[in-house]
Ligand binder design. Structure first.
Ligand code: NAG
Length: 250
């Protein structure tokens, strides 16, 4: 007999009916519950990541632009500061040199005023001669210098050289023995400006001579013996002395 593998329509019909019905029920339930296919598919996830990556890239691009802008602004400001600093430095330098000039001018003005008003101390005082026997034509050298402000006097030559222009008081104090004549001369650069004689008879004494002189700087002043040789008196009580003092400038 032929075995019938295929069910007949009448056999199949109830089963088809049940299947169709259940399909219908499932569809209805789906409609009712708003069921949707879940969106977390692999494709969707990758799309999201890609989108984020693109967005991040764009953000980075924006940030890069911002940073570039900021850097440019900072660089421009630095440049401005640098320029301003240069200007300040130049001004400072100018100020310094101006100040220096002005201070120097003030100092030189002050020095001029000082030169005009302040009298330099010129004063020498030297006593005693090395040898009391002095030949005619010789300079009397007073060797023991007590004061020499202005360093005008040379106690090896007996010559006083004027350190500045001015009016000087020149003073001579000499002591002569009994029966001795001292012919003296006050000499300036080889020319006599004063001449005189001291003479003692039965006496030992000292005499002073003063002379006011207006002299230019560098003039040489000394005391000279004339006419005859002389023997000076010199002791603890008899001092021979030569001195000069600047009284006024000019
Ligand atoms: C002679 O003058 C020099 C220089 O001014 C000084 O040093 C010296 O003491 C003086 N001599 C005497 C004996 O005063």
């Amino acid at each position: 007999m032929i075995h019938n593998y295929f069910p007949t329509v009448t056999q199949i019909l109830p089963e088809m009916y049940v299947f169709t019905l259940s399909l219908f029920v499932i569809l209805v339930i789906q409609q009712i519950s708003g069921f949707k296919e879940p969106e977390c598919s692999r494709y969707h996830y990758e799309e999201q990541i890609l989108e984020r990556v693109v967005r991040m890239g764009m953000e980075l691009e924006y940030q890069k632009k911002d940073v570039t802008n900021i850097l440019e602004t900072v660089a421009a400001k630095l440049n401005t500061f640098s320029n301003e600093l240069q200007v300040l430095k130049r001004e400072n330098k100018e100020l310094k040199s101006n100040l220096k000039d002005e201070v120097q001018i003030s100092i030189s003005d002050l020095e001029k005023v000082k030169e005009k008003t302040v009298l330099p101390l010129v004063f020498f005082n030297s006593k005693n001669v090395a040898d009391t026997s002095i030949k005619t034509g010789h300079t009397i050298v007073f060797t023991e210098t007590l004061v020499n402000d202005g360093n005008g006097y040379d106690n090896t030559t007996g010559i006083f050289t004027t350190p500045v222009d001015g009016t000087y008081l020149v003073s001579l104090h000499m002591c002569v023995k009994n029966k001795q004549n001292l012919y003296y001369g006050l000499v300036i650069d080889g020319k006599d400006t004063l001449r005189g004689e001291m003479y003692e008879y039965r006496a030992y004494s000292c005499n002073s001579v003063q002379q006011l002189l207006t002299l230019k700087v560098g003039k040489r002043v000394w005391i000279q013996v004339y006419v005859k040789d002389v023997d000076l008196l010199q002791s603890g009580s008899h001092w021979n002395m030569f001195s000069a003092l600047l009284l006024n400038k000019g």
